[in-house]
Design a protein around this ligand. Structure first.
Ligand SMILES: [Zn+2]
Ligand SMILES: [Zn+2]
Length: 239
């Protein structure tokens, strides 16, 4: 399936072309002037290619198109796709998205995600970014996953509905935790809105996935609140 180009998205692209002309950007991957994402950084990105696990998108598959984890137990989401490995220029760009409040980075980095979702036969109703807690959002000023989710919604016409999923408690950093501990850490940290989610198919958007624990906790909350299918897309994947 390939999605039709929507007029609102075309206007949005014109706006960015104009802004880039007025305020020449520098590359989110390497800092070179003249582009928000340069050809060298694009070449440096390790884009994830098939064969991948048909469920979680992992690159290590063990027969029948599934990875070891998914063939043992299915995750709570329907499927997950990611654009590139969390390394080099991609890692730098994600860092800038996360800490630089860089809406322009969100626009350029959402493009491969729009391509990915257009190539799946996913029937989506709502686009939802993985939420930050209220305290974290106040501290940072914005949610980096939302910077990717908004342009996806604009390009596809799927409704941008961040209020359908809330993070109800702050979670400790996942860095250094095992997969099992990560799942425990984020379990029950999210709550879906029943009215908004009833029988809806959701596209959940995040910047990076490592173990998939956050996406699983979000999917559980979305399904508990009545969502039908939950599909996930992330910019990068840490292996
Ligand atoms: Zn670059
Ligand atoms: Zn898998």
């Amino acid at each position: 399936m390939s999605l039709p180009v929507r007029p609102a998205y075309v206007i949005y692209q014109w706006l960015w072309t104009g802004l880039d002309w007025l305020f020449p950007p520098n590359c989110g991957g390497c800092g070179v002037k003249g582009a928000r994402w340069c050809a060298a950084c694009q070449a440096d990105a390790i884009v994830i290619q098939p064969p991948i696990c048909i469920i979680c998108g992992a690159i290590n598959i063990v027969g029948e198109g599934q990875c070891f984890h998914c063939s043992n137990s299915r995750p709570s989401y329907s499927s997950l796709r990611s654009w590139a490995l969390f390394k080099g220029s991609v890692r730098n760009a994600v860092h800038r998205l996360k800490y630089g409040k860089d809406v322009a980075m969100g626009e350029i980095l959402s493009r491969p995600l729009i391509q990915i979702v257009s190539n799946q036969d996913w029937k989506i109703d709502l686009v939802i970014p993985v939420p930050l807690s209220v305290a974290r959002k106040i501290e940072r000023g914005y949610n980096q996953a939302a910077l990717l989710a908004r342009p996806i919604s604009l390009a596809t016409g799927w409704a941008y509905t961040p209020s359908a999923l809330l993070r109800t408690r702050e979670t400790a950093s996942q860095v250094g935790l095992s997969i099992a501990d990560r799942l425990i850490n984020v379990s029950g940290a999210f709550e879906g809105n029943r009215i908004k989610l009833d029988k809806k198919n959701v596209l959940l958007v995040d910047d990076v996935t490592t173990s998939g624990a956050t996406l699983m906790a979000c999917s559980q909350a979305l399904r508990l609140a009545g969502a039908n299918e939950v599909y996930c897309v992330t910019l990068a994947r840490a292996e």
